[in-house]
Write a protein that binds this ligand. Structure first.
Ligand code: GAL
Length: 658
């Protein structure tokens, strides 16, 4: 198993490198990621490359048995590049060019920038393809824009639209440009949408176009790396749900393995639902296990300091990621930097470079992970539940939220967290992914719903699947025109309902009491949004307790073919509502967890051909005793399990099931 840190030898005197490498080896590390921000050190002037310092660093690390992943260093262009080719800097929506001095400030259509990024990639690949220490590449760093509004981008945008729509007539229809008299008569008239109130169809395509630019940029590097370094793997460090500039599923297509950057200790001690959900998305990108390329090792912050991982928490969040399919653990960063914007972003070592508590905890964690590694090999999660994440819908909501603070990741989390509490593992798939093998599909807020996806969901239910979908689903066509059918459109027969009216509920004063029926007992609160559902054929599970909505439903269930379709038309304030709903959905699918976890405990199952590994993670700051399957081996302690097990605060157990 690869375990290590993100290392910046260029920040430290050479006579320190040896000490760092020895400390890494002592900690059980066998990999580092290097160089992703060092373009100017590798190419101090255009066309002159200097690899000596990086060769030296790789040699020093190599002598301690440490392998290397190299980042293509294109996330920060050298100052000389910006000076010589000022158009390489992106133009903001105000028309002003970004001032050099941050990261990710490039224009993706600028020829000089693309050429030079391809050239530094080629030079590095040519230099390191035979280096026995180098095992793989990370493309750029957290590829995520920016949107650029320069003339070249505008011209490419017009070309992209021409290729997509073929004729202006088709584009005018697709975007509904009769509204406000925005009809285009030449391609050159089409603007880059600089304002959120531009035509929503244009805004959605603009986001698709920009994502495509990001992916093309990565592809140009991938082509070079594949041809020069056929033995190396190629990955990228995703931000899971943390950015909307690039469609992560599309970006992952060019890669061998997905990696992600996990920074979960922002808030008070908390259950790490977000880190689990991010991991499930990243695992689902390639339908296989993933790397952690940056994992919090200390308190972060660019201005105000965030909280430190508590004792035990570094191990807790590392084991959580492994429990979700991480096959490598790289901590960010080896040593806290003394200069620059991230002086507060604490690594394993502090500014003083002395190994302390965090170093000891990473060392102990590495020991545990190496111990588990042989049994983890060829195991992964095999969920029977998938949540659909639709990037198009997320983009469409960016310019038309529909209700206050609506965010697709938050919509996903309403259900995700309830599955987590129920001890059920999930994949997070894109709408075009196959649904075979899943018993339950949750499709939250599929605002942009092409007919093909709607039909696929209906087929899934007809064949025996359980579907849960909800508000704002099926409202828009692929080009963000409102569908003209009564909602929920093509899902109507399957869900057994119609929705003629709906409303946003603006704030705390506008809520409805939500009353469960006998089949779904309890009282809850409907917030933010309400579909006025006409139940038709469907069974009503909850209603709005309001004088004008007596004949409408808020939550319904309908048998269709061999399966069941659930529809929720609102957002309940209470997590208990979602727990009850997910329980009902699981019952409909006759699905049960391996064991029902007590509050604050997370469970996952990694399975291989001949073994099942049950991960149990305590996210609480107190010890928890719980029932477990007796007579198995707990792999971290090597002990046989009795009928119950006590997990320390932030503790974990990995039980090999017979
Ligand atoms: C990540 C980024 C790193 C570092 C870290 C802490 O998103 O990839 O380079 O900036 O955040 O801010």
């Amino acid at each position: 198993m690869y375990i290590g840190a993100d290392y910046y030898p260029e920040h430290w005197p050479r006579n320190r490198w040896e000490t760092d490498a020895r400390l890494m080896k002592k900690a059980g590390f066998n990999v580092v990621r290097l160089a992703e921000f060092s373009w100017v050190m590798l190419e101090p002037e255009e066309g002159r490359f200097e690899f000596d310092w990086l060769d030296d660093a790789i040699n020093v690390l190599g002598r301690q048995g440490i392998s290397v992943i190299l980042g293509t260093p294109t996330a920060v262009m050298p100052a000389w590049l910006a000076r010589k080719y000022p158009n390489a800097l992106a133009v903001q929506n105000t028309g002003q060019r970004i001032v050099w001095g941050l990261r990710k400030n490039n224009c993706f259509t600028n020829g000089a920038y693309r050429l030079l990024s391809e050239r530094i990639t080629r030079a590095m690949a040519g230099h390191y393809h035979n280096n026995p220490r180098v095992i793989g590449w990370q493309t750029d760093n957290e590829i995520n824009g920016p949107h650029c509004y320069c003339d070249t981008c505008r011209a490419e945008w017009q070309d992209w639209l021409r290729a997509r729509y073929g004729s202006l007539q088709t584009l005018n229809q697709a975007w509904g440009t009769h509204f406000w008299g925005h009809f285009y008569q030449t391609w050159g008239e089409i603007q880059t949408p600089t304002h959120e109130h531009h035509n929503p169809s244009a805004c959605l395509d603009w986001r698709r176009f920009n994502s495509w630019l990001n992916i093309r940029f990565q592809h140009e590097q991938v082509v070079v790396l594949r041809s020069l370094c056929p033995r190396h793997f190629i990955t990228h460090n995703f931000m899971a749900f943390g950015t909307t500039q690039t469609n992560p599923h599309d970006l992952a297509m060019d890669l061998d393995v997905a990696a992600w950057d996990n920074y979960p200790v922002w808030a008070d001690p908390e259950i790490k639902y977000g880190a689990a959900c991010g991991a499930d998305l990243v695992r689902s990108l390639k339908k296989k296990n993933f790397w952690i390329m940056e994992q919090t090792a200390g308190g972060g912050g660019w201005d105000v300091l965030n909280r430190n991982p508590r004792p035990g928490e570094i191990r807790n969040i590392a084991l959580q990621q492994v429990a979700h399919g991480a096959d490598a653990m790289v901590w960010f960063r080896w040593r806290t930097c003394t200069a620059g914007r991230e002086q507060y972003w604490h690594g394993i070592l502090g500014h003083d470079g002395k190994p302390g508590r965090r170093y000891r905890e990473c060392t102990a964690t590495a020991r545990d992970l190496h111990k588990l590694a042989p049994l983890l090999a060829n195991t992964t999660l095999k969920p029977k539940v998938a949540i659909v994440y639709d990037q198009d819908s997320r983009w469409a909501f960016e310019t038309q939220r529909s209700y206050k603070n609506n965010e697709v990741p938050a919509a996903i989390r309403r259900y995700y967290d309830a599955f987590f509490r129920a001890g059920i593992n999930v994949d997070i798939i894109r709408p075009s992914d196959p649904l075979t093998g899943y018993k339950i599909i949750v499709a939250p807020e599929l605002f942009v719903l092409p007919d093909a996806t709607a039909s696929k969901l209906c087929d899934f239910v007809r064949a025996g699947g359980v579907l849960l979908t909800d508000l704002r689903t099926g409202v828009m066509t692929e080009t963000c025109l409102a569908h003209t059918h009564t909602l929920p459109g093509l899902l109507t027969d399957m869900l057994g309902i119609t929705i003629e009216e709906y409303e946003g509920l603006n704030g705390d004063k506008q809520t409805y009491p939500l009353a469960g029926t006998d089949a779904f007992p309890g009282t809850f609160t409907s917030t933010l949004y309400a579909d006025w559902i006409k139940p038709g054929q469907a069974e009503v599970l909850a209603r709005y307790d309001a004088w004008h909505l007596k004949s409408h439903a808020a939550l319904t269930r309908h048998r269709h073919g061999k399966g069941t379709g659930y529809y929720l038309g609102t957002i309940a304030a209470e997590p208990a509502f979602y727990d009850a709903l997910i329980k009902a959905v699981l019952d409909s699918a006759k699905l049960k967890p391996v064991l029902a976890p007590p509050p604050g405990i997370e469970i996952t199952l990694r399975e291989g051909a001949s073994r099942k590994l049950l991960f149990i993670i305590n996210h609480l700051e107190q010890a928890v005793t719980m029932k477990v399957p007796a007579g198995n081996v707990e792999l971290l302690s090597g002990r046989r399990t009795g009928p119950s097990l006590t997990l320390d605060r932030y503790g974990a157990a990995v039980i090999r099931l017979k």
